[in-house]
Design a protein around this ligand. Structure first.
Ligand SMILES: [Zn+2]
Length: 312
């Protein structure tokens, strides 16, 4: 299992090799949320996140390994750089993997055990406040079909948009970096979500084309549904920042959560090079936007008939 402490060690190793590392902010329990930057600061950038849902910590291992992969092949990066944020929900991952044992505050422990109705937190998705960070962003907040309005292992939207410090940190960091695109890694289903009420046909067409390029490499299916999930990081990026953003659900539905690490190589092989490819595509692409012609038939193709219509 890939733990928060493993992440800190990996980040330290990047730092020792002269790679820029830092924090996007701190968690509820005041743990730093690290980032790793690889590439050229002068060029364009994208942001890649993992581990926003606690039980999907295999995505944290993926994002760290994507950073290592890029470091091994720096010449493949044509322009700009990539910010890797492997574990957004650092407290949640600790809770999911270790249960309440690591917590000092007895009241917090008691509350969490009550919310979870069990001492087994292996299926926990939320942060330490029982808020699901990926429904806490300010994008049609509270309108998702699975949303709940009480503290819960998953799907609780929080008291208000951006109520959680982890959400605020990612919002602030994204506003500062102004990436050309973002990828949010989740698990599971082998699908890619790319739509969220894009305002213009040109925007829709451009986002679709980028999503299609990721789909072609991973073999994952595009899902055009935009009604199921709201308040996610991808949703906020698209709606507020006008940034093409993709939720990539790695891993096959033939496995149950917690997702088996024995299948990690399968996930890695399909996704290792995705960040570099997306950065290069989107950087080349940005000057061509005006030339795009909207193609209704093609975008419609981006919607499909798979049963999974809300993000996991
Ligand atoms: Zn998820």
């Amino acid at each position: 299992m890939f733990r928060y402490e493993d992440l800190l060690k990996e980040v330290e190793e990047f730092k020792n090799r002269g790679i820029e590392t830092g924090e996007i902010g701190y968690s509820v329990l005041n743990n730093p949320i690290p980032y790793i930057f690889i590439g050229d600061k002068k060029g364009d950038s994208i942001i890649v996140t993992g581990g926003i849902h606690a039980r999907e910590h295999i995505t944290s291992l993926l994002v760290v390994n994507q950073a290592k992969h890029l470091l091994k092949n720096p010449s493949h990066l044509i322009m700009g750089g990539i910010y890797f944020i492997p574990m957004v929900n650092v407290d949640g991952v600790k809770l999911c993997q270790e249960g309440v044992a690591f917590l000092e505050d007895k009241q917090i422990k008691k509350n969490l055990l009550k919310i979870n109705s069990s001492a087994d937190f292996s299926l926990w998705k939320a942060n330490i406040n029982g808020v699901d960070l990926n429904v806490n962003f300010d994008a049609r907040w509270g309108q998702g079909k699975s949303n709940v309005f009480f503290k819960s292992p998953s799907n609780y939207v929080g008291k208000m948009p951006n109520s959680e410090i982890e959400t605020k940190s990612l919002v602030h960091f994204t506003r500062e970096i102004k990436p050309l695109a973002t990828i949010s890694y989740h698990c599971k289903g082998e699908v890619i979500y790319w739509r969220f009420f894009q305002k213009t046909k040109q925007q829709l067409w451009r986002h679709y084309r980028l999503a299609k390029s990721i789909s072609e490499v991973t073999g994952y299916t595009l899902v055009a549904s935009e009604a199921g999930s709201c308040g996610g990081y991808k949703d906020w990026c698209i709606q507020t920042m006008d940034i093409p953003s993709f939720t990539i659900e790695v891993g096959s539905d033939k496995y149950e959560h917690p997702y088996p690490y024995t299948d990690f190589n399968n996930i890695y092989n399909k996704n290792a090079d995705i960040p570099r490819r997306l950065l290069n595509t989107v950087a080349r692409d940005k000057n061509l936007v005006k030339q795009y012609e909207y193609n209704t038939a093609k975008v419609y193709e981006g919607g499909n008939t798979v049963s999974q219509t809300s993000e996991k």
